[in-house]
Design a protein around this ligand. Sequence first.
Ligand code: HEC
Length: 208
Amino acid sequence: MIRSSGKYLASLRWIRLSVLASLVLLLVGCRGTPSEKPPIHLNPNMDNQPKVKAQSESHFFADGQSMRTPPENTVARGELREDARLYQGRDANGDFVTASPLPATPVSLERGRERFGIYCSPCHGAQGDGTGAITRYKYPIPPTSLYEPRVAAMSDGEIYTIISDGIRNMPSYKAQIPVVDRWHIVNYVRELQRQGPPDSTQMISAAQ
Ligand code: HEC
């Protein structure tokens, strides 16, 4: 009796072991043989989602396109850009606005300084004098010093437009910099120009 119960326990142990082994095999998703099929997916979770990807084909819409054209005469929410001064930097006559529609508050100047450091300083230099890091890498032409009298004489709307659309060898930054940030940068450029180029500041502080 004792012997047979020992045997019984031993076979129970074997059953447990083999169940455990097959569970482990199942968990690692191994079929035991090479297969062309996708791996066994025990927990599909949200890996396969019914959705359309940009530019993909659609079997739902009659024209076979998954990307839809907005209905005519409609504007997406938050995309109504009626304020030409803010969005185009131009007044009702289509001329550049002379002054930024955003007041140059300390908060605006600080935001402008930060954004200028990110988007403009690689080319124009942290002080805007045209000595950014890019000058070491054979950029087609050296970036303009923002202290040049020609730039200083520009209206705020013109500088806003240069940031938005780029100019000659300078690329457009409208995709990277939101409208309001562009105006903060304009305010900051104005502040830089008011303070004068870094060399003259150094000269002033050296003279003092
Ligand atoms: C990739 C380099 C690069 C970046 C980044 C860049 N600029 Fe420029 N920028 C230039 C170059 C180059 C010129 C001179 C273009 C020319 O005359 O061909 C220029 C010219 C200008 C001018 C003078 C335009 C004129 O009529 O001479 C202004 C103003 C200006 N940039 C402002 C900015 C501001 C503000 C930023 C940041 C939002 C910025 N730039 C970012 C390269 C750059």
